[in-house]
Design a protein around this ligand. Sequence first.
Ligand code: AMP
Ligand code: ZN
Length: 136
Amino acid sequence: MKKDDCIFCKIANGEIPSNTVYEDDDFRAILDMGPAAKGHTLLLPKQHADNIFELPDETAAKALVIAKQIGKKLVDKLGADGLNIVQNNGEVAGQTVMHFHIHIIPRYNNDNQKIGWVPGKPSSEELLEVCKQINA
Ligand code: AMP
Ligand code: ZN
């Protein structure tokens, strides 16, 4: 299903032009208009899903394989030194466009980008408590 008011549905299905670096029956990958680094790519399924939880398992499995292939191509062609794969779900997690997408971000030595978090310092008891909560 496509969603009428969704810009990534329109881009993925070719209704809005984009800088496409990959396309097949189910996906389109485009250059991000606000790149973290040269070649920052977004992999979009053509069918709408708000986030990873709505994505069919089959599409999710295909998406990671394609992201890997695109990542390899970006690194090889652009001479990148590393690669981040990032995928945000929900506003609190940094998702701004509510159509599932995977960020494929080539990284370059001295690119001065930061993609990360501030590490916490939980005690071993606290970690154990979280583990219990998850496994309960
Ligand atoms: P997220 O914060 O994970 O939802 O990522 C949304 C990304 O989409 C951001 O990196 C934006 O720069 C990018 N973006 C939003 N609109 C467009 C667009 N029309 N074309 C290309 N990239 C876009
Ligand atoms: Zn959509």
